[in-house]
Design a binder for this molecule. Structure first.
Ligand code: UD1
Ligand code: CA
Length: 462
């Protein structure tokens, strides 16, 4: 159950023109999670807000599709006419609400739960109608400025484009995060006009409106200004990503993971890594990936949406997607596991081996230069170098089954559909088109012909 006195509104309807992107700004990822996912998580799981309303507009459907959580209320702003207009669009959902409205911006993703908690507490105890989060910046360019009055309360918030020369020097900026008493908020928004440089309805205008009506506006300065950094360009995006990545990797190291070089290790927020796992440089762990304990990830590996159990070794430069690897298995170097691959306990996939939608049984090995697709391999099978499952006939994919204890010699083609029964052996260089019974030897290469003294005979002819 959420806190019924608190409703959070997340502003996410802007296009994000300064990103120069076909993708709406708030879906650009930070550590693999869309930017707007950060304030959403903060509201739903961090501060336990009674209601969470997300205002969307540009590519709104795309944003909704990313966040199927039924605790979220999405409101469509239509044309984004400014931050004030965005908040006004939520009015229907706040009829009769007498509590506090917390406004978060989807493009301010570094904000911490503790900071917002303190901010809400400050609003509850400072007797003001509006509390605005601020930051003191050495370089305040790009942000709205906080104009304080004698006595320290906030008089107005001025957008940079509307700022007067003396106000330009103000170093205290508006973070775009507010606590506002609900009845006042919507009444004040009704008075906001568009007579400004951008011709927009500015939410920030309600600070001056509050003062006109004798209401107090409190400025709450954050201790760490990086938390309220707004993402407007891809330069900001890269900076924010670096900050978040550093935090995440630091926490992982404190939790017992060895990260040899944090500067060149890339791990999404959604990834879990177990204790005593060692991660070498240039590894990229993405999406819904979990890595067990005591694993070794050698340099340059990319692992996406995969489940890796404990004591697994991923050798250098392997690419693994949507796969499951069980205890004690070893992959690579230079292996590629494509979606639907399961490598069972202690199995080994070696260099230049590609596996797609296949199960590799316990203790089995495919150590060199092989393609296994749509294949089920049993236990303790040896797949020789250069083995290829011919799973595709130009139209359809067909399965290959290799049962327990089979020995596949080098350079074998298995033309699917085909089944190789338990304990059988396939001679090197064979093209297998028919099922092989249990314990049999199958060999399909042409007989070797040897001509003695051939070199001399050739020389004599000349
Ligand atoms: C805004 C503030 C500025 C503050 C800065 C902090 C206003 C007028 N200005 O400026 O004082 O210093 O944030 O980062 O509020 N949005 C909508 N609908 C709209 C317009 C914007 O939902 O019609 C959303 C955007 O998607 C974004 C957020 O509101 O998530 C802020 O919009 P943006 O255009 O980035 O405002 P800034 O110019 O950064
Ligand atoms: Ca912004």
């Amino acid at each position: 159950m959420g806190n019924d006195d608190l409703t959070t509104i997340i502003l996410a309807a802007g296009k994000g023109t300064r990103m120069k992107s076909d993708l709406v700004k708030v879906l650009h990822p930070l550590l693999g999670v869309p930017m707007v996912g950060y304030p959403i998580d903060l509201s739903l799981n961090g501060i336990n807000s009674g209601k969470t309303i997300v205002v969307v507009g540009y590519q709104g459907e795309k944003i909704r599709a990313h966040f199927p959580d039924n605790r979220l209320i999405f409101v469509d702003q239509g044309d984004p006419l400014g931050t004030g207009h965005a908040v006004l669009c939520t009015e229907d959902h706040l009829k009769g609400f007498k509590g506090t409205v917390l406004i978060l911006c989807a493009d301010v993703p570094l904000l911490k739960r503790d900071t917002v908690g303190k901010f809400i507490d400050a609003h509850k105890s400072n007797g003001s109608t509006i509390t605005v989060m601020t930051a003191i910046l050495e370089y305040p360019a790009g942000y709205g400025r906080i104009v304080r009055m004698d006595g320290g309360l906030v008089g107005r918030i001025v957008e940079e484009r509307d700022v007067s020369p003396p106000e330009m020097a103000i170093k205290e900026v508006n973070a775009g995060i507010y606590c506002i008493d609900s009845p006042f908020l919507f009444e004040a928004l009704g008075r906001v006009r568009t007579d400004n440089a951008q011709g927009e309805y500015y939410l920030t205008d309600i600070a001056a409106i509050a003062n006109e009506q004798g209401e107090r506006v409190y400025g709450f300065a954050v201790e760490d200004p990086t938390e309220v950094m707004g993402i407007n360009t891809r330069v900001d995006l890269a900076k924010a990503d670096e900050i978040l990545r550093n935090e995440l990797l630091t926490q992982m190291m404190l939790d017992g993971v060895t990260i040899v070089d944090p500067k060149t290790t890339y791990i999404d927020k959604t990834v879990r890594v177990g204790r005593d796992t060692v991660i070498y440089p240039n590894c990229y762990l993405q999406g819904e990936t979990t890595i067990g304990e005591r694993c070794v990830l050698e340099p340059n590996s990319q692992i996406t949406d995969s489940k890796i159990s404990s004591d697994v070794v991923i050798r250098a430069s392997s690419v693994i997607a949507e796969s499951t690897i069980n205890e004690g298995a070893s992959i690579g170097p230079f292996a590629r596991l494509r979606p639907g691959t399961v490598v069972k306990r202690n199995a080994r996939i070696g260099n230049f081996v590609e596996v797609k939608k296949s199960i590799i049984g316990e203790g089995s090995k495919a150590n060199h230069l092989t393609y296994l697709g749509d294949t089920t391999v049993g236990r303790d099978v040896n797949v020789g170098a250069g083995t290829i499952t011919c799973n595709y006939d130009g139209k359809k994919k067909h399965p290959t089954v290799i049962e327990d204890d089979v020995f596949v010699g080098s350079n074998v083609e298995l033309v699917a559909p085909v089944t190789v029964k338990k304990g059988s052996t396939i001679g090197a260089g064979s093209t297998i088109t028919k099922d092989i019974p249990e314990g049999a030897l199958a060999i399909s290469r042409s007989k070797q012909k040897t001509i003695r003294g051939w070199k001399h005979r050739k020389a004599r002819k000349k």
